[in-house]
Ligand binder design. Structure first.
Ligand code: MG
Length: 397
């Protein structure tokens, strides 16, 4: 049931180009190329499995730069780009033909120049597609419409706006249906369809209107860049930080679990689970960043199910909650406080293990250790304390 996004980025953007901006999809908004924002908006959506971009052959270099700078989770969904055609309609058909053996069930066709499409609009469109072979995002026309005279200087009349909607993208379709419709349109010699819903309508495919956001503007003229930047708000990502702290006491034994590693020692740590104090502090830090309670609520010590449990599952659960809310865990930092065992020899292996459990790169994981100068309970060797910080970037509201 894979859904593919097809982004049409082959246009020359005559109006923006006339203003000396070059192809508008490669112009930066707050420092990021429009196309990169658009690809990320679709590629980050969990219900979109892959993304294909139709580009102008002259833009291969610029496109390569955009693709290389994308975050890994989006880049890995990108298919090799396809060369677009002379018209938007031809570019879409080239993209659909490139996808014909990809096994896509649905395709969302989207303008490269609409970087501000909201995740919830994509959800609404996909929900509609479960019930109809075609659907598009659209907004009801709210302004009164005037028809200009032939000199475009005066009003020739007023157009009733009742029942009029402004078509946006993405427009979503059952893949086989829209491929057939586009082939039929091309075979009929027509090349003037300005969106894919009209291609579908011409083929007799039922197309449903799904109300979208007005913010989903199409960047066409130079002034649209300013508007888009204003709509992007302050540009600050929704970054959240959580901290965690944990202590476990030593007991008779011959090994401890620390940051997911089993380390030989002259004692063990006492606890209901494996007593991995580092992973417990880190689990709490992630839960803290989400405002989702603490480890004891998610894994009650009173529940015999967690007796002797490996703490990596607690941490993986917390990381899964981040992903389920559309967030990204971007950094974690753990400090172990003890006199013994020595952490230094295990530090890199701990970072690697934590990165593996969290599914993030090792350069986003820090593990540090300190003694407490022989002061307090850690200084007296009665137990180990750990503190941790987690940083999560949530999707824009
Ligand atoms: Mg604990």
């Amino acid at each position: 049931m894979e859904t593919v996004a097809l982004i049409v980025a082959a246009g020359r953007g005559a109006r923006a180009a006339a203003a000396g901006l070059g192809p508008k999809q490669y112009v930066a908004l707050k420092g990021v190329p429009v196309l990169a924002l658009t690809v990320a908006a679709l590629g980050r959506h969990p219900r979109i499995g892959s993304v294909l971009v139709a580009i102008h052959p002259e833009d291969a270099g610029a496109y390569g730069d955009v693709a290389a700078a994308l975050e890994e989770t989006v880049r890995c969904k990108l298919l090799p780009p396809v060369a677009g055609g002379a018209t938007r309609q031809a570019s879409v058909l080239a993209g659909l033909e490139a996808l014909r053996d990809a096994g896509a069930c649905y395709v969302l066709i989207h303008d490269a120049a609409r970087p501000l499409v909201a995740s919830r609009d994509i959800d609404a469109l996909l929900d509609a597609l479960a019930e109809t072979p075609g659907a598009l995002l659209a907004v009801p026309v709210s302004d009164t419409l005037k028809c200009a005279n032939s000199e475009e200087t005066g009003v020739a009349g007023t157009v009733p706006r009742d029942g009029l909607w402004q078509a946006l993208t993405p427009q979503g379709f059952a893949f086989d249906a829209i491929l057939g419709a586009h082939r039929a349109a091309a075979a009929s010699g027509r090349d003037d369809f300005t969106d894919d819903a009209s291609v579908a309508e011409a083929a007799g495919i039922q197309v449903r209107l799904v109300r979208g956001q007005r913010d989903n503007i199409k960047i066409t003229a130079a002034e649209d860049f300013d508007l888009a930047e204003r709509l992007m708000g302050d540009g600050l990502p929704d970054v959240r930080t959580g901290n965690g702290f944990d202590v476990h006491r030593f007991a008779e034994g011959d090994r401890v679990w620390l940051c997911g590693l089993e380390i030989p020692h002259t004692q063990r740590l006492e606890g209901h689970s494996d007593a991995d104090v580092g992973l417990h502090a880190l689990t709490d830090a992630i839960l803290g960043a989400l405002g989702s309670g603490d480890i004891g609520q998610h894994f009650p010590p009173s529940d015999p199910k967690w007796k002797g449990a490996a703490s990596d599952q607690f941490l993986a659960h917390a990381a899964g909650l981040v992903g389920a809310r559309g967030g990204r865990l971007t950094h974690v930092d753990v400090t172990l406080i003890c006199e013994m065992p020595k952490v230094g020899p295990h530090r890199e292996a701990m970072r690697a293990r934590v990165a593996e459990i969290l599914g993030i790169d090792m350069d986003r994981v820090s593990v540090k250790a300190t003694t407490s100068e022989r002061l307090g309970f850690t200084g007296r060797g009665e137990g180990i304390a750990a503190m941790a910080t987690a940083t999560v970037v949530m999707p824009p509201a």
